[in-house]
Write a new protein. Sequence first.
Length: 634
Amino acid sequence: MCGITGIITSSEEAAKYFSTIKSATEALYHRGPDSSGSFSDFNALLGHTRLSIIDTSEASNQPFYSPDGRYVIVYNGEIFNFKDLREGLIKKGITFHTSGDTEVLLQLFISEGDKFLERVNGFFAFAIYDKLQKSLFIARDRFGVKPLFYYWDGSRFIFASEMKALLKYPFERKIDQVSLLEYLQLNYIPAPNTMLEGVKKFPVGHCARIIYNDKKLSFTPFCKESYFQGCEDKNISYDAAVKSFYNLLEDSVQKRLLADVPVGTFLSGGLDSSAITAIAALHKKNITSFSIGYKEEPLFDETSYAELVSKKLGTDHHTFRLDNSDLFNELYNILDTLGEPFGDSSSIPMYILCRKARQHVKVSLSGDGGDELMGGYNKHRAEYKLRKSPFLGSLANGIAPLINLIPYSRNTVMGNKVRQILRFSKGAKLDLANRYWEWASIADESNALKLLNKKSPEIEQLFDERKKTHLSTLDTNFNSLFYTDVKLVLQNDMLVKTDLMSMANSLEVRCPFLDYRLVEYLFSLPSEYKINETSQKRILRDAVSHLLPHEVIERKKQGFEVPLLKWFKTELKGSIESLWLADDYIVSQGIFNPEYVKTLKKQLYSSSPQDVVAQIWGLIAFQHWYKRNIESIS
């Protein structure tokens, strides 16, 4: 795994960015501490930092050149079928000088152009510069496992693995007000937009060619989104589907165990990570597994289930139990990883888990994607029940006024149940699209608007247009919910969290559920093979039931929750009140409504904080980013 950055200009001015490319590359050092390098031409510069996983020799360092010197590549990712692709090229007479996948990727491009991309099984973001044509070819994987940001002004195309590196280049920093409104609802910013105007996320499953003196930028899809076409194979029996699914998952896990360095697994104790670990243990004896929990917060701790799984599988298991001081000590390191605001608080334990795992392995497998693909979230169960029993909506609406009198939050069993019933009640009154958005958000639109100091009909209209686009894939087919989750939640929240927190600790994370063959197969199956009256992720449970303890197979999803409320009321209260959300700073900043921020803080410290905890964390993440990246250079 690596970090990449570069710039291609429409004039002979690349030399003036020499110091910039160095700074941008250094900003990606955590992504690749094993080596770094750069390339320069009169209209282009490339930078690379390497985390060596396959072929750890210097021969595979980057930038990597073709034998004739015409092409040069910077690449971030792994190609898991590269050996098969390599054999095909050898049969064509191509000679290889390394044993890694970088050279295979470059030779495929030279041999086939962009046609080879649809055959690549892996995750990646890469750029190939052609010194003869003075052009840049750039591409990103199907699901956005590997990040890629860019800035384009008609004369400069700038790209980087992280916004942090992109911000080393000179361009105007201006807050995208529509993205800010999205962020205040979701705690993340959906692609292709970012918090800054003019900076975009490179579209997943696409490639582009930037040619010297050509001021056009267009993207070409290299794979059809065939994994969801609204068509399901009704002819395949459930038992046959379970068998085929397991075979695909096992092959995916096997492929992702390939490395020239130590490999382990994340093992939370939930179904997804347990399934991945169980299959990995079949093919790698005494594989190392890692879990994280909380010493003082049993409600949020899953480590007993992880240890139960480890005992059955015989893994070399490491449990890390944290207290509030552990979280607090890493706070600024975690916030510093954010190239743009990102408010998923589960980033905190993920960062610490990755840091501790990195002391033992260089690669870890994770269960990312299982919930989105097979209906693992509470909102999926809620939607299913509402469709099967519409009267539940009326029932919830009837009792909502009564239970709304009960203090609630995520921090107690009863409080969380009350919170869930009220969310269900609110969503049940809405149409499908607005219900999905409501259940995917941490704050509704009216409250998000109250937070903004400046509002305009234009911003609200643009927000509505973006929201409509995000939800355009929803229909009555239940599989469309999973597909929307893949495009919205997985791509913009879960994978962003995993990449940022793992690469901040120079750890590569691989996601077996996101093998494109497996994704396509799951979307070809009827939705009831994944969720029904009694089970979520049904096909996964039945596929791995012979490998895991009964307690894990039968338990409900807990989620990677964080006990933030106690933290906000103790160690962090001073920083909230005097730094990030200080009354005078909010006024001088001019972005947020000072009175509504006071309202949120008051509710935070009340007996019924509700979902304000998540909103406050999102605001902290924004404020820290703003102070470092906008205010400091204004």
